[in-house]
Design a protein around this ligand. Structure first.
Ligand SMILES: [Zn+2]
Length: 253
């Protein structure tokens, strides 16, 4: 009897110990968000301007009811959302369906005034970098597809940013998410917003509205989420490598 009792106690102890471990692990799992909230948050002390192309009276390119201005804004707001946890200052040139010509004092066409207003927002905020988000179109060659990133040829920082973003999009969106060998194209370009601004920046065409494969992606929430995250990672990579002193720890309590 004694021997049997001993075996029973030993048997229970073993399972009791496993039970304790399981309780401990599940407690960590349940309270993981709470535990995270008590960690100091690390922000990069930096100003990033996100510029969703077109808006309001100017729809940009379109395919049936699919409008470039809406895609640009959707992706830009997603970038803002995921960037705000990491960057101290994230500014949008527009957060709604509006054009910006009334924010410019330039005596010129509506189109030029709109671009001038965007340049002013970037310059006045002394942005460490900016990204303009657009959607591409090639009705003469509908097979054309993929992300394109443009930078101004005289700005080495812009070129460097373009390459960081392309690397992140290729790895996170094309390779991991879409299992595709397609590569982001990085090219110099003489666009107003790239040429006239003092801050480094790029214009990203996030896909071709005229290509059926890309169009499906541009309508997909998951693609927009993935590309926003990839752009965010590219931006963080660029800032981290460029200047370590920008790191700032902000207590969350
Ligand atoms: Zn555009």
């Amino acid at each position: 009897m004694l021997k049997n009792n001993f075996i029973v106690v030993k048997f229970n102890k073993k399972y009791f110990f496993i039970f304790l471990i399981l309780i401990f692990l599940s407690t960590i799992f349940v309270f993981r968000d709470y535990i995270d909230a008590f960690k100091p948050k690390v922000f990069l002390y930096s100003t990033v301007v996100i510029d969703p192309g077109h808006g309001g009276i100017d729809p940009g390119t379109s395919y049936n009811k699919l409008l470039e201005k809406d895609i640009n804004l959707d992706v830009s707001l997603r970038i803002k959302k995921v960037l705000e946890n990491k960057i101290t200052n994230v500014i949008m040139t527009r957060e709604g369906d509006v054009s910006l010509e009334n924010k410019s004092t330039l005596n010129s066409s509506r189109y030029k005034k709109d671009l001038h207003a965007r340049k002013n927002i970037i310059d006045k905020n002394k942005a460490d970098l900016f990204i303009s988000i657009h959607t591409n179109s090639n009705p003469d060659y509908i097979a054309d597809r993929g992300v394109m990133i443009f930078y101004y040829k005289n700005s080495s920082k812009s070129k460097y940013l373009a390459k960081k973003l392309a690397k992140s999009i290729d790895e996170n969106v094309y390779k991991k998410f879409l299992k595709s060998n397609i590569k982001t194209r990085v090219l110099p370009q003489n666009f107003y917003v790239l040429r006239e601004t003092t801050s480094p920046g790029v214009l990203i065409e996030i896909g071709f509205i005229t290509n059926s494969y890309d169009r499906k992606l541009l309508k997909s929430k998951e693609y927009k989420k993935q590309i926003a995250m990839a752009i965010r990672n590219g931006i963080l990579d660029y800032i981290n490598e460029l200047d370590d002193s920008k790191i700032q720890i902000v207590d969350s309590y």
